[in-house]
Write a new protein. Sequence first.
Lengths: 361, 361
Amino acid sequence: MNRTDTVIKVELGARSYPILLGSGLISRGDSYAPFIRSTQVMVVTNETVAALYLRKVKSALKGYEIDTAVLPDGERHKTLASVTGILDRLLQQRFHRDCTVLALGGGVIGDMGGFAAACYQRGVALIQVPTTLLSQVDSSVGGKTGVNHPLGKNMIGAFHQPSGVVIDIDTLTTLPGREFSAGMAEVIKYALIDDREFFHWLWENMDDLMARDRTALCSCIARCCRNKARLIAQDEREYGRRALLNLGHTFGHAIEAAAGYGNVLHGEAVAIGMSMAADMSSHLGLLTEGDARRIRSLLRAAGLPVSPPQGLSRRQVMALMQQDKKVHQGVLRLVLLQGIGEACLDSGFEPGVVEQVVACA
Amino acid sequence: MNRTDTVIKVELGARSYPILLGSGLISRGDSYAPFIRSTQVMVVTNETVAALYLRKVKSALKGYEIDTAVLPDGERHKTLASVTGILDRLLQQRFHRDCTVLALGGGVIGDMGGFAAACYQRGVALIQVPTTLLSQVDSSVGGKTGVNHPLGKNMIGAFHQPSGVVIDIDTLTTLPGREFSAGMAEVIKYALIDDREFFHWLWENMDDLMARDRTALCSCIARCCRNKARLIAQDEREYGRRALLNLGHTFGHAIEAAAGYGNVLHGEAVAIGMSMAADMSSHLGLLTEGDARRIRSLLRAAGLPVSPPQGLSRRQVMALMQQDKKVHQGVLRLVLLQGIGEACLDSGFEPGVVEQVVACA
C-alpha cells in the first residue's frame, strides 16, 4: 500500500470490507491479494474495458488461475441471460465455491459480476474494480447487484457485499465526458442527502473536478464513499435510512425506462430526477425556490440535463413509477428535500403533485 | 395456535423465524398471517400439489391478493428457466417489494420458490409450506435455495431465510411410499450426525413411522427440525459445522446426477451416499463394521436402497464428485462417521479410498 492511498472501511459486522482508493492500484497484485481465497479468479468485464485494462489486471494477478468472461458493452446487455453466461463459464471452468469473481468495469459490469458471484454456489467472493466515476462513488459500494427485466430496472438481483473494492483513480482519464458527467450526478446526490458542506465544496471545486484534477477527484470520491458507507452501515438492507440513496432514482428509473435503456444514461436520468425531486419539494414548501435553483445550477455546471428529453410520455413515466421498488402497500414513497443536505422520505403527498412535476418538467 | 401445535425457533439474530408444526395448519389463515407483510401473496406450487392443497391454502388466505405460479412436477424442472417464469409472473402481476412468496410443495418447489423470493427485487418475504417428509425435515429449514445446472446440482442459488415455516403433518397422508422413504433418509441423517439417542429411538419406532402414525411422526419431525435449527444457528452460511448436514450428499449428488435426475430420488441417493460414507469410515478405521451394518439395516427398514443402481459408471460418479461444492482448493472434503451420532469433516484420506468405496458399492 502506498503512502498516498486511502482506505475506507465499510462497517457491516462479519461482512465488513475496505475500499482502497488511489492511483495505479489496478496494476498491482497487492491490491487484490487480500481478497482472494483460493487460486481461481474469474474476471468479468466488457469489450470496451477489456481493451483498456484487462492486460494490466491479468499481469497483476500472475500466479493465479485466471479466466475471463467478456460481455458486450451497454445497459441493454444487463440481463439474466448475460449473468447465465457468466455462471455457465464458472461451471465449465470448474470453479469451486472458494473462487473469486473480479468485476472490472462500470456499474453494469459490477451489477452483473456481483449477481453472478451472489448466485454461484449460493455465493462466492467478489472484488469490485469500478472504472467509471459513477460506479466508483456509487454502485460498487453497498452490495446491491442485479439485472434489468423488460418490465423494470434492477427488478432481479441480490444483496451481496464484496470482499473488497479497488478504485484506481487513473481509470477516469479514459472515461468519455458524458459518462464522467453522469457520475457527477451521483456525487451531487451525496451532497444533497446529508452533507451541505460538501455541496459548498462542490461549488468551489467543480472546475477542477471537470478538468479531472487528481487531487480534487480523490477527495471527492473518498467523501462520497465515506458518506455511502455510513448510510449502509446504518441500514444494510434498505429498510430505512439507506433509502435516501434513492434520491432522484424513482423519477430517474422511470425516465430511463420510458426513454429506452441507453438513450438516457443512468446518471443523466438521476440528475433529471433530482431536479424533479427539488421542484416537487419546493412545490410542497419543503425547500426554498432559491435552493432548488442552486441545485439545478450545480447539476448544469457538471454538464448534466435538468429536464427530460423531448417526446417522453408523461403517462408512461407515471405508470413506470408505480411499479418502482419503493412502492409500499401500493403507496409511492419518494425521497424529497427539506433543504440542501437534508433528504427525507415522504409518502404523504397528493398523487396529483407528482403528475404535475412530471408534466411541467 | 392449537394447544397441540409445536413451535420450533430457528435462532439467526435478525433473521430468526419459527417453524410451526401440527395437524390441519395448511387450512388455517392464522398459520400464515404473522408472516405476510402486505396484501400480495404469490403461491408457488406444482401441478400435483395444486390438485391436493391449493384450494385449501387459497381459502385460508381469503382477503389477500393471491396469485399462483403452478410449475410442472419433478426435479428435472428445477431450472433457472422455471425460476425466471416465477419472476416474470411476479412482475406481470405488479407484485411489490413487500409481497410474500408462499412455496407450497416438496423440496423442488421450496428451492425454486425460495430462490425466486431471494432474487425478486433483491429479496422478498418467503413462507415455506413443505408437503413432503423430506422437505419438512430438511430443505424447508435453513435458507438454502436454488436450481440445478446441466453441469451440477444446486449450483445456482442463494441463502434466503424464510419468515416462517408451516409444517402440516396431514400432508404426509397423501405422500407416495417411495417419497416417504426418501424423506426417512434425511431423518436418519440427523441421528447419524450428532444424535445417537435419536438413532435408538428410530430403531424402536420405525414400524410406527412407516405406518405414518401421527404422534410418532410429530415427535420425529420436531426432533429433526430442532437438530437442524441448532446446526444452522451455529453456522448459517456453512463455513464449518453446518457442512455436517451434507452427510451422504457428496456421494449422493454424484449418484443422482449420474443416474439422471429423477431416476434415483434425492433421498434414495442420500441413503446410498450415507451407506458409502459408513463403508468408507469403516475402511478408514473410524467406525466399527458393526455400526456400519446397523446403519445399513436401519436404512433398509425405512425402505431405502444402500447401493447404487446397476450400470452406473464409476468414472462418471468420481468426476461429478470432484465438481462438488464441498471441494476446497481442489481437495475433496467428505463428511464421515467416527461413530453413530458423531459425524466429522475429513479431507485427509487417500483419493484411492473414495474410488474403492464407489467401485465396491
